[in-house]
Design a binder for this molecule. Structure first.
Ligand code: GLC
Length: 539
């Protein structure tokens, strides 16, 4: 079977911010269609990505910007309609770009007719589609679970005097995945989009679907300050996520997808324990095709730290499974901002990209990283994200700002003031400015992505860590036909690395700086190189 997702470079599009086509300041599907040639027109003058993942496009009151779905089988008018969507799929496929939709099964919007129905009374036919419980004696919530967005995970519905569960906002009630009718309804949703030709799904917070049957209290306390994301609410999340029964559901979905052939699922397994992430691949390939590993989002700029994350994943993944690393996403500060440095920021951006695109795995890029977009400061009166409204400074708007296409008004994104502000430097940092410049970050991404397509070592080769100086992360990608050695100098000092065999430079963050002498290679601060090694005598 064609396992296109194993070779693909994926590109996440935050739909509201990619391209506005109708002058309302919000990105839409027609806008994305206009920009498809930028993503891949079949020639190396385009970026060359193989698949796009669209953040939710469904009707939604937008309390969590589409992650609160009010209808799973339609398109929000702000983004287009089903006909625009069909045209989008057709245009993407015509260019060889696969389409991955965001599937949000853990919760609906409180405005979804299912919840509206569920909340009408304790005896509503859909009451059990959500998780309702009586208050504890005294009136407090049924247990101590907390919402990922702060506060209790329960809200009281005064009408029926019961609490309902919401892992996120009160406007995002959690579905009850122990109810077979929910399972069936959501399988129909998957079929609806598969029949329309989508190539796969990114499954939102998949690890959260099933909750402890007895809804037991989570153990606490844990030092939340130590890691506010892992230990949110100061709890060990023992009972409100990652329950064994979730795997039964994923296996059902896998069977469904397999019937369509060549479709894939990548799960947002927002767990930080590699062993638990690995379980979502199932055994013998019967669960997720890919599971995100988000540890890079929290890794400091440090060779040992990245090496550790990669080695851990390589050690724990089941045979045949492929990792998925990301440097940036719509939920975390952009990596150029995280890895900022007074003089080496751009060198770091190149080296990070070189790492992401040469590690074993299916890389996911986040729109704008290819031109070095940074987080944009958001004035308090323009904060949109509910997380930012609740916790000033922690919101996700800064990484969700409009794509910077050119130096014109509103960066070519829109003809009116966009929903989120543009940065001051967009006139310098944009696609148009970088497109023709061979020294730009965009040219670097483009060249590497196209070169990657022809490298068996990168597409299919194994991974092996190489011994090297402390400031360097070095590894081999080995295939019968080709062996590449990659060395990345995270340090601010020059360093020398020695490879096991001689070779020739295959790619580098700065191709002009190389002076190979025998087996030794000199690396400047934040420089990365890829060397194609001579065939080994053993081979
Ligand atoms: C996921 C999404 C995030 C959203 C949350 C609730 O983590 O990536 O943006 O807020 O789920 O659906």
């Amino acid at each position: 079977m064609n396992q296109w997702w194993r070779h693909a470079v994926f590109y996440e599009i935050y739909v509201r911010s990619f391209q506005d086509s109708n002058g309302d300041g919000i990105g839409d599907l027609d806008g994305i269609i206009q920009r498809l040639d930028y993503l891949n027109d079949g020639t190396p003058s385009s970026l060359g990505v193989d698949a796009v993942w669209l953040t939710p496009i469904y009707p939604s009151p937008m309390r969590d910007f589409g992650y609160d779905v009010a209808d799973y089988v339609d398109v929000h008018p702000v983004f287009g309609d089903l006909r625009t969507f069909d045209r989008f799929v057709e245009e993407a496929h015509r260019r060889g770009i696969r389409v991955v939709l965001d599937f949000v099964p853990n919760h609906t919007s409180s405005e979804h007719p299912w919840f509206q129905d569920s909340r009408t009374s304790r005896t509503s036919p859909r009451r059990d589609w959500y998780i309702w419980r009586d208050p504890k004696p005294g009136g407090s919530p049924p247990n101590n679970w907390v919402s990922s967005f702060g506060g209790p995970a329960w809200s009281l519905d005064p009408h029926s005097a019961q609490y309902y569960l919401h892992s996120f906002l009160p406007e995002q009630p959690d579905l009850n995945w122990r109810n077979p009718q929910v399972i069936e309804a959501m399988e129909n949703v998957l079929r609806f989009w598969l029949d329309r030709g989508v190539d796969g799904f990114r499954v939102d917070v998949i690890h959260k679907l099933v909750k402890d049957r007895a809804l037991r209290d989570n153990p606490k306390p844990l030092p939340e300050e130590e890691h506010p994301v892992y230990h949110f609410g100061g709890q060990v999340h023992l009972y409100d996520e990652d329950q064994p029964e979730v795997h039964d559901i994923i296996r059902r979905w896998r069977t469904l997808l397999d019937r369509y052939g060549e479709r894939m699922m990548v799960g947002e397994v927002y767990l930080f324990d590699a062993e638990r992430i690995a379980r979502y691949y199932g055994t013998g390939g019967d669960e997720l095709h890919l599971a995100f590993n988000f540890r890079f989002l929290w890794s400091p700029w440090d060779a040992a730290s990245f090496r550790h994350e990669v080695e851990t994943m390589e050690r724990l993944l089941p045979a045949g499974a492929q990792p998925t690393y990301v440097l940036s996403s719509h939920d975390a500060p952009r990596h150029l901002t995280r890895f900022d440095h007074p003089s080496l920021a751009h060198a770091r951006a190149r080296m990070a990209a070189l790492m992401l695109l040469t590690l074993r795995g299916s890389p996911f890029l986040y729109y704008g990283e290819e031109i070095g977009m940074r987080d944009v400061p958001i004035p308090p009166d323009r904060i949109c994200d509910p997380v930012g409204q609740r916790f000033p400074g922690l919101g996700r708007d800064p990484e969700r700002t409009p794509m910077q296409w050119d130096a014109g008004p509103y960066a070519g994104f829109s003809t009116v003031e966009p929903w989120l502000p543009l940065p001051e430097d967009y006139k310098q940092c944009n696609v148009e400015a970088q497109r023709q410049d061979p020294a730009s970050l965009l040219s670097f991404y483009r060249a590497l992505i196209w070169k990657r397509k022809s490298s068996l070592a990168l597409l299919e080769g194994g991974y092996r860590t190489l011994p090297c100086p402390e400031s360097v992360f070095a590894y081999l990608r080995e295939h019968r036909e080709q062996t590449l050695a990659i060395a990345l100098n995270f340090g601010s000092e020059p360093v020398t690395v020695t490879f096991p065999r001689g070779g020739r430079l295959w790619f580098a963050t700065d191709p002009h700086q190389q002076h190979p002498v025998g087996l030794d290679w000199q690396l400047a601060p934040c420089e990365g190189i890829v060397v194609e090694l001579e065939a080994s005598p053993i081979h």
